[in-house]
Design a protein around this ligand. Structure first.
Ligand code: 4AD
Ligand code: MG
Length: 483
């Protein structure tokens, strides 16, 4: 048996007899089966001889039915494909009752397809998205392997809150209705499975740092959980994060690594997924038509990917970002929903202004105020890139992308034990709980840096999809963990 992609593309197969299997997309004129097996967005046209296949069997070639066809690949009469199959034998593997199958050959809304998430992979849009998600995932391993990074598996269950944001899901085997209590009347987690309060990880960074200070270069790539109640098109409760961490790397090296990774992934998708990209490009163009003129993006999907690949990312400091925003038209006209002043976190509307309107390309912002960033980021001193006389800043860097905003968050880490301890105290981070993390600063500490890339946000960018629920197979969001 051959994949449909191979049958369509391998010229030496023309004139030979092959077998393929897949799911019926359409059956036209009682003769033409458009068959798709997921190996490519293209269908193989399988032409039935009505004399050879009885009417009862032909009635079973309904959309969604699985069939296996054997026949000769011949030059196609119709346009749009090089070859078609002259079917000599066909077998229905699984029926799909036409009156019940929800995915009909017509345009369904993404909303509707989300409610049929288990079947949506059978549509052109979602199959393209998930083939590209594979290309991106594989490209991540490829890039880091090429650069000498070791794939490091950080734990999923942890007792530490790496981001200090308190947005964690608890992992417990205690009876929620009748938990054991401690002397103070609180839940006694000593009695729990792990003997301590345990949660699902929000980041593998702290563990990755311990490994980087031995293996030199590592990266994690795994599921990440956040119990933040943000019902946006860019947030999931369960998402996949890639976190490289390298010893002897500073913030500049961190930015170079991040930009290099993004470009490698875009190049890989352009090289390997052109069929899918062309489909998604046309899909996006169709969607854009429905928008008012001033909200349409200037570039098509493929054009945008090439543009990002070919142009250096803009690198600015937080100070510069605030200055640009204060001078901007939307600020002057009070169009921003959130305030702009030195010290506030950049909201997605601000990020997107910088990227889409001001620079018109990806932007890396460094030197954020210390008080809006995590405890582990390195404190800037005069002379450091991103230092500000307006207040204490840290060697953070966020990579902002068009249509999305923040796609990567990272930093150089605070390697000086005394500075780190003071910062943790300032921010109320429990030093006792993180004794093992502090040990890395006690024994052979070195400058090091890393970042976290949100896989789904990146896949949103390369596919041109608008909602993060459409680029992960089974989205977990507030109020929803179906399938
Ligand atoms: O900026 P964040 O919170 O950084 C960290 O977790 C660091 N420990 C990373 C590091 O330095 N090793 O998250 C990193 C990225 C974000 O830029 C975003 O792309 C993604 O993870 N992300 C989410 N993606 C989907 N849903 C959510 N709720 C996300 N929260 C963060
Ligand atoms: Mg962040």
């Amino acid at each position: 048996m051959h994949s449909i992609q191979f049958a369509l593309d391998e010229e030496s197969l023309t004139g030979t007899t092959v077998t393929v299997a897949g799911w019926v997309r359409t059956f036209r004129n009682d003769r033409f089966i458009a068959l798709n097996d997921g190996s490519t967005i293209r269908n193989l046209q399988c032409v039935i001889d009505q004399k050879e296949v009885d009417a009862a069997t032909r009635a079973r070639f309904t959309t969604g039915a699985s069939v296996q066809c054997t026949g000769e690949l011949i030059a196609s009469q119709g346009s749009g494909q090089r070859v078609e199959m002259k079917v000599t034998s066909v077998e229905v593997l699984g029926d799909s009752p036409a009156d019940k199958y929800p995915i009909q050959p017509k345009k369904h809304s993404l909303e509707f397809l989300r409610q049929h998430a288990h079947l949506r992979f059978r549509t052109n849009t979602y199959s393209a998205v998930f083939r590209i998600r594979h290309q991106v995932s594989f490209g991540i391993h490829e890039y880091f392997d090429m650069h000498g990074y070791n794939y490091f598996h950080a734990p999923i269950i942890t007792a530490s809150d790496a981001e200090g944001a308190g947005e964690m899901f608890r992992v417990s085997v205690l009876d929620p209705k009748d938990p054991p209590l401690n002397d103070a009347g609180g839940v006694d987690f000593k009695e729990d499975f792990f003997g301590a309060e345990s949660r699902l990880t929000v980041s593998g960074q702290l563990q990755a740092e311990t490994a980087a200070l031995a293996l030199g270069k590592v990266y994690t790539f795994g599921p990440t959980f956040r119990a933040e109640n943000s019902n946006t098109t860019r947030h999931l409760a369960e998402f996949w994060m890639i976190e490289p961490e390298a010893a002897f790397m500073d913030l500049k090296g961190d930015m170079d690594l991040a930009e290099g990774l993004c470009k490698h992934l875009i190049m890989r998708v352009l090289n390997n997924s052109m069929d899918d990209l062309r489909f998604l490009d046309a899909r996006l163009a169709e969607e854009e038509k429905a928008k008012p003129q001033d909200q349409r993006s200037e570039m098509g999907l493929i054009e945008r990917l090439k543009f990002v690949l070919e142009n250096p990312f803009e690198r600015i400091t937080y100070d510069e970002a605030i200055t640009i925003l204060l001078r901007s038209k939307p600020y002057q006209k009070k169009k921003f929903q959130f305030p702009v002043e030195w010290g506030v976190d950049l909201q997605s509307e601000h990020e997107r202004y910088l990227v889409e309107k001001h620079f018109k390309k990806p932007v890396i912002v460094t030197g954020y105020p210390a008080k809006i960033k995590a405890f582990y980021m390195r404190t800037n001193a005069p002379g450091d890139f991103g230092y500000s006389d307006k207040g204490k800043t840290v060697a953070a860097m966020d990579v902002l992308f068009p249509g999305i905003g923040e796609i990567i968050g990272g930093s150089q880490r605070e390697e000086r034990l005394d500075v780190l301890e003071a910062r943790m105290k300032e921010m109320g981070v429990d030093a006792e709980e993180l004794w093992w993390y502090l040990d890395t600063r006690k024994y052979g500490t070195v400058p090091h840096a890393g970042f976290g890339l949100g896989l789904e946000r990146f896949v949103l960018f390369v596919t041109g999809m608008g909602n993060i629920r459409d680029v992960i197979p089974f989205p977990r969001t507030p109020g929803s963990a179906e399938f």
